[in-house]
Ligand binder design. Structure first.
Ligand code: BGC
Length: 730
């Protein structure tokens, strides 16, 4: 064939190929970016806009987000919040999108899988007290598997809002008060959900939320103004998000709050300049529920169309349930106020995540029976392990615990939390069922046998004291009282702030009443936040904070009380002496007059500090050893400390490494956690823990522009009460 003929025939050949070959976006082996661009080029404006729309499907279980149950699904919709555990339903709805829409773009099914799907693990705040990052990651992988096999592709988790005000109900959903801890756990959660490959059979997409500054809501009230200074933004709230993006989080959720006046859901600086341009996030941002409409009451948008324009151009690519993008984007594009380029960029991001999840190639999920999806023994065992490691022994006077160590004990299990399995699940309990949960009473009965008696004593709140007499009677016949107090599940979580951190008065009175029986009391506290235990802790010999420990809570408590397990949890959040002492986080900036300026009517210092937690053994720390007392900007120092288990039972000890920078160009916190490590130590054994200090990472701090400064000078490294000093030199 001569050259002329080839040239003449080429377009025809191409066309012939085009007729037979599937479009590039349907080719499994084509690069994802090529598939995205090919699909984008085929889409109408309406089809594009619909990819930015998220609606709901199934009955809403969240009392804060009430809307009509959706029955008919527009097959062009980008995403659904999917509230059914049934893979068959999902496949049915998905079939509508894949088979009945012109281009067959699959739907993305999202759901709040926060601390488990059906196997409910401890709430995230509890998980963070385990300091066992591998367990946290593994729990997210279990949740992802159960969710994926039930038709969910995407979870709105992890929440990595550094939370320092225990009045805020959502303190329960994150990993405590420390930025480094939230960064480490958040990245682990992302890896757990997403696995090694987002398209894996058991992987779901993660969503970092709520970006950013939400936990600073004024006074701990939900949905309120938050005065986030540029310094606080970068120093406290951004680090976990940056770590989550680096870990590969597929998506991010924009928050309800504002950042010193500019709402997080209409903030071009955080959403575009930082997230996408500086950090290179190439997935998409979904608004929080209604946070685009909220721009109107927040007073930055006159109406919904304005809100649409602001959120979309700032960098929110998907509208969670407001339907504002569906209603207003087409006209804004038509008028030229939203460019086609911006619309394409938004849709490109959504499609990219769908391709990465493998939705175009495998839009349906296998329909396995419940028992092949849920509550597998290994997964339940993991829930028990994580619950054991999350529980924090706050007090243990005269070694009251463990109970099995002494003579046989008759236990009286008293209190409104003893049989409250719902409370053990906590808020955002996915498709968890109270009937799956082992109550505290059942767990203790199973471990301690027929010696266990029970009286409820009183309700969680109210004024009914008629159960007190029975409680006292049961207590007086026992050797030890296990008093189970705390919060109902609904007292923490979204829109569940509390002005007081105390137990309700009726529960404090029950504690006093039971104490009168004269028996040793083990106080077991279940709650979604730190509580003010200043009045009840002194009534008890031992205090165990079990948080909301999930379905294995009862068995895990029995493991701890019996001594089958040695407690190893440490607080990831400070316990203040009441709400008046808020905020009480450990890493406050250095004060002008150290040791002065407290309240006249409260002792200084918190009730239980960050990292507090006892064990049944005793650890002895050696001195900190440094490989050098000087380091250059590009050098490193290796620090190590030897820890000896001086008791007679094995234990897991977490070493926390804090850095202090006493003099810098801006005042630095008293100390900051830079590294932590949990390791097992046999009885009588020693372990050397190490921390490699990398100056650019561990000694620098961000300025108000987010860029890190590294200033030469003296630094202190602290582990428990040990201190070592070294210098950073030019
Ligand atoms: C919450 C989010 C949640 C969303 C969807 C909102 O009200 O703030 O955390 O992911 O609802 O349920």
């Amino acid at each position: 064939m001569n050259k002329f003929l080839i040239t003449a025939l080429f377009p025809a050949l191409l066309l012939a190929c085009a007729v037979d070959a599937p479009p590039v976006y349907k080719e499994r082996d084509a690069p994802i970016e090529a598939r995205v661009e090919d699909l984008l080029a085929r889409m109408t404006v309406e089809e594009k806009v619909m990819q930015t729309v998220q609606r709901t499907y199934g009955k809403n279980m969240n009392p804060n987000n009430v809307e009509r149950e959706t029955r008919a699904v527009d097959p062009l919709t980008g995403s659904l919040i999917y509230r059914s555990p049934s893979p068959a339903y999902r496949n049915r709805v998905q079939r509508e999108a894949v088979e009945r829409s012109r281009l067959g773009i699959p739907l993305l099914f999202g759901f709040d899988v926060i601390h488990g799907f059906r196997v409910i693990f401890p709430v995230p705040l509890a998980q963070s007290c385990s300091w066992n990052v591998d367990l946290v990651r593994a729990s997210c992988a279990v949740a992802a598997r159960e969710a994926k096999l039930s038709g969910v592709d995407w979870t709105f988790s992890p929440m990595i809002d550094v939370a320092r005000d225990a009045r805020w109900g959502r303190v329960v959903e994150g990993y405590g008060e420390d930025p480094h801890a939230n960064a480490v756990y958040g990245a682990a959660a992302v890896r757990g959900y997403q696995g090694d490959d987002l398209a894996g059979d058991h992987s779901i997409a993660a969503c970092l939320k709520h970006y950013v500054g939400y936990s600073l809501s004024d006074g701990g009230r939900d949905y309120h103004y938050s005065d986030v200074s540029p310094q606080a933004l970068w120093e406290t709230f951004m680090p976990p998000y940056e770590a989550g993006v680096r870990a590969g989080a597929a998506t991010v959720m924009s928050a309800f709050n504002d950042i010193s006046g500019v709402p997080a859901s209409a903030n071009p600086y955080t959403l575009t300049t930082v997230l996408k341009q500086r950090w290179g996030h190439d997935g998409f941002v979904v608004s929080d529920w209604g946070s685009i409409q909220n721009l109107v009451p927040q007073g930055v948008a006159a109406d919904e169309r304005e809100a649409c324009l602001q959120a979309f151009t700032a960098g929110v690519e998907m509208d969670m349930v407001d339907d504002i993008y569906a209603r207003h984007l087409p006209a804004l594009v038509e008028e030229g106020r939203v460019s086609i380029a911006r619309l394409d960029e938004a849709v490109r991001r959504v499609l990219r995540v769908k391709f990465r999840l493998g939705l175009f190639d495998r839009p349906y999920v296998e329909e396995l029976p419940d028992d092949e999806r849920f509550l597998r023994p290994g997964d339940v065992a993991l829930a028990r392990r994580l619950a054991v490691e999350s529980m924090v022994l706050l007090e243990n006077k005269d070694d009251l615990l463990p109970l099995a160590a002494g003579a046989a004990r008759r236990l009286a299990v008293i209190g409104p939390l003893a049989r409250d399995s719902v409370a053990l699940l906590g808020s955002w309990a996915g498709h968890g069922e109270a009937s799956d949960a082992c109550s505290l009473l059942d767990g203790l009965r199973a471990r301690f046998g027929g010696e266990v008696t029970h009286a409820r004593g009183c309700d969680h709140d109210g004024e009914d004291t008629t159960g007190f007499a029975a409680a006292r009677r049961v207590a007086s016949r026992a050797d030890v009282v296990v008093l189970c107090l705390g919060e109902r599940a609904a007292w923490s979580g979204e829109n569940a702030s509390r002005a007081s951190l105390a137990l309700p008065a009726i529960q404090e009175r029950l504690a006093a009443e039971v104490r009168r029986a004269g028996k040793p009391v083990v106080l077991v506290v279940s709650a979604g936040r730190p509580l003010d235990l200043a009045r009840v802790a002194p009534l008890a010999g031992a205090v165990v904070m079990i948080w909301q420990p999930g379905i294995e809570g009862g068995r895990a408590l029995a493991d701890i009380l019996s001594g089958d397990e040695n407690p190893s949890g440490r607080l990831s959040i400070t316990f203040p002496r009441g709400a008046a002492q808020q905020p009480a986080y450990y890493n406050q900036r250095q004060p002008a007059r150290p040791g002065s300026g407290g309240y006249q009517d409260l002792p200084a210092g918190p009730l239980y500090p960050f990292a507090h937690g006892l064990s049944y053994t005793r650890y002895e720390y050696g001195e900190i050893a440094l490989s050098s007392d000087r380091v250059t900007r590009d050098g490193t120092i290796t620090a190590s400390v030897e820890v000896r288990n001086a008791g007679d039972r094995p234990g897991d000890e977490t070493v926390f490494w804090f850095v202090s920078d006493p003099v810098a160009s801006i005042s630095r916190p008293v100390k900051e956690l830079k590294h932590f490590e949990k390791r097992g130590i046999p009885a009588g054994g020693t372990r050397r823990y190490t921390f490699e200090i990398v100056p650019s990472r561990d000694l620098s701090f961000p300025g108000p522009d987010g860029l890190r400064r590294l200033e030469p000078g003296v630094f202190h490294l602290r582990v428990k009460d040990r201190v070592a000093t070294f210098s950073l030199v030019d």
